[in-house]
Design a protein around this ligand. Structure first.
Ligand SMILES: [Fe+2]
Length: 157
């Protein structure tokens, strides 16, 4: 088996890089969704939500960088153009959302898709004995599941 510079199977690392690029593309779409609702949100909860969405997009931005750098560590090349992000992602695009409930629902739906992709990657990275990607996915999953719980609590009347 051919090994790469960090001692993992080159072939499996290549596959993982492709999967991580799909996650990266979807994260960028999620990030833009968050920017959109940060800017366009209206109503009595504006000050709360405007700040909350900023906190979330800053977190997404950090994760985007971590995913891209993991791809590089595995020997791959991270996608960086809008063109590729559009082609590789499937998260719903939230356009001109001004209502709080709709904004929070968009977040829950987006994170659900990210979680499904991350669990898929976790399976592959586990099989490749790639602890670095494993632990990154585990951390993302734990944090995002907690965010979903909080968003669901917010949605409960
Ligand atoms: Fe801002």
């Amino acid at each position: 088996m051919e090994l790469n510079s960090i001692g993992l199977s080159s072939e499996k690392s290549e596959g993982l890089s492709e999967d991580l690029n799909v996650l990266l593309a979807n994260f960028q779409r999620y990030y833009q969704n968050l920017r959109g609702i940060h800017w366009n949100i209206k109503g009595r909860l504006f000050f709360d939500l405007h700040v909350k969405f900023e906190e979330l997009y800053n977190d997404a931005n950090t994760k985007v960088d971590e995913i891209a750098e993991r791809i590089l560590t595995l020997g791959g090349v991270p996608l960086h153009t809008f063109e590729d992000y559009i082609a590789k992602s499937e998260i719903e695009v939230g356009k001109n959302i001004t209502k709080d409930k709709e904004a929070i629902e968009l977040i829950v739906d987006s994170i659900k898709k990210l979680l499904i992709i991350e669990r898929g990657i976790l399976e592959t990275s586990d099989e490749a004995n790639d602890e670095g990607t494993n632990s990154m996915m585990s951390d993302f999953i734990t944090e995002q599941e907690k965010t979903v719980w909080m968003m669901k609590a917010w949605l409960t009347e």
